[in-house]
Design a protein around this ligand. Structure first.
Ligand code: ZN
Length: 212
């Protein structure tokens, strides 16, 4: 296919499915429905999300490092930034169904719920650093920052799911929106800024396990 001809199949090598506009399933002129959805959920068209066991070793490194450097001004400033994010989030929405909120609103509500659940800023910072290091170890660079944003957000968003109280007072499992889409991009960008500040000028290789 020449570069000027119209693309008809998905850009992902080996996929071969028709692009979305041809199947009437969406607006993408480059990717098929399946790959567009994959990207919404994972932040990349081909890298799937990090698993808990992928992140676990970096969580331990992150915990130790934060503890050892408790007096470090960047770490303290990072914790302050997290605290103000939580404070600015306001009240946790009692809405049962958040489907009709914008991504930006959903990100705010997720932060408000984390605050209402009493999650410590240190726990959030531990997760942010762990995900950042895990991405770094996998060669996720700035071209793949959307993937990093989504992975950061998923790790934190998870803290916000759970139960909520209905108007009648019963505890119900929250019908929380699936962790995908714009909410993860909004949240992820904010978390990535915090990571960038806390880790700025540091040689991340000192944190990473030696290459096999
Ligand atoms: Zn595809």
């Amino acid at each position: 296919m020449g570069i000027y001809s119209e693309r008809t199949t998905c850009l992902i090598p080996g996929c071969g499915r028709p692009i979305q506009t041809l199947t009437g399933t969406g607006h993408s002129k480059k990717y098929c429905k399946q790959h567009v959805e994959f990207h919404r959920r994972h932040g990349s068209y081909w890298f799937s999300s990090l698993k808990a066991e992928d992140v676990a070793p970096f969580r331990r490194i992150s915990e130790k490092w934060i503890k050892k450097n408790a007096a470090d001004f960047r770490i303290n400033f990072g914790l302050q930034q997290i605290e103000s994010l939580l404070e600015q989030a306001g009240r946790a929405e009692n809405a049962y169904d958040l489907r009709y909120f914008s991504g930006k609103e959903k990100a705010r509500i997720a932060l408000a719920r984390i605050r209402a659940a009493g999650i410590a800023p240190k726990e959030i910072l531990t997760r942010i650093i762990a995900i950042t290091l895990c991405c770094e170890a996998r060669g996720v660079d700035n071209r793949l920052r959307e993937y990093r944003h989504v992975q950061l957000a998923k790790s934190i968003h998870r803290l916000a799911s759970g139960t909520h109280r209905t108007t009648s007072g019963f505890r119900m499992k929250t019908k929380y929106p699936r962790s995908e889409g714009n909410v993860l991009r909004y949240l992820g960008r904010q978390l990535d800024d915090i990571a960038a500040f806390v880790l700025n000028d540091r040689d991340l290789s000192q944190f990473l396990p030696p290459a096999k």
